[in-house]
Design a protein around this ligand. Structure first.
Ligand code: UDP
Length: 192
């Protein structure tokens, strides 16, 4: 996919549908992927934190989650096709996992929140497999990483908020061959 640099972040020119289809294909081909959906807050933070910008550069796909980013790309005469939110991508992947009996790991949010999210996901998508879940307030990442590794999920959804979730994924993505995606506050929404 072509990319466009908006204020130092390289965005993938990809639609919602293309991203979901691509991630499904990557998953079927057992690729290890790091997906970022970057909003304007993330772009501004990356500008001030070069070590975070460097992490974003390692993402396989960086979708544009904000009208401001779409507008910026337009001004640069290198348009992005549409806004892609992490939440919408997450829902599409849950639907896929349900249809094809794939497994997911949920990492992040408060203990009662991730538990409620897990319960609601299981109810709405009964065929997908919850390989495991853990709240986002751990002290020892190695314990969490070993849970992820042992459960070998197809998808790992990381809801630690930015920049934590991207740092976490960059550091630990090699522990499981999966599609790793930062999903911000999505578990809070799914918890209802
Ligand atoms: N969170 C977490 N661990 C932390 C900090 C935050 O699990 O150390 C969770 C928090 O409970 C919430 C999510 O990360 O569920 C952050 O949501 P927010 O909407 O602030 O993130 P953003 O969408 O702005 O990245």
């Amino acid at each position: 996919y072509a990319t466009v640099d908006v204020l130092g972040v390289s965005f993938t020119k990809i639609t919602n549908r293309q991203l979901v289809n691509q991630l499904i294909l990557d998953s079927q081909q057992r690729k290890n992927c790091f997906v970022v959906t970057a909003n304007p807050e993330i772009v501004l933070y990356a500008r001030e934190h070069p070590e975070y910008a460097a992490v974003l550069q390692q993402a396989d796909y960086t979708a544009a989650d904000g009208i401001g980013i779409i507008k910026g790309a337009q001004i640069l005469k290198s348009p992005l096709p549409e806004r892609v939110t992490g939440f919408d991508t997450l829902i599409s992947l849950l639907q896929y996992a349900d249809r094809h009996i794939k497994s997911i790991f949920l990492l992040g949010a408060k203990p009662d929140v991730v538990k409620a999210a897990k319960k609601n996901i299981q109810k709405k998508y009964p065929r997908l497999k919850i390989a495991g879940y853990h709240d986002g307030y751990f002290t020892n990442p190695e314990t969490v990483v070993s849970l992820i590794r042992q459960s070998s999920p197809d998808f790992v959804f990381v809801a630690l908020g930015f920049p934590k979730q991207e740092f976490f994924i960059k550091k630990f993505r090699s522990s499981a061959c999966a599609i790793w995606m930062g999903v911000g506050g999505s578990f809070d929404v799914l918890a209802g």
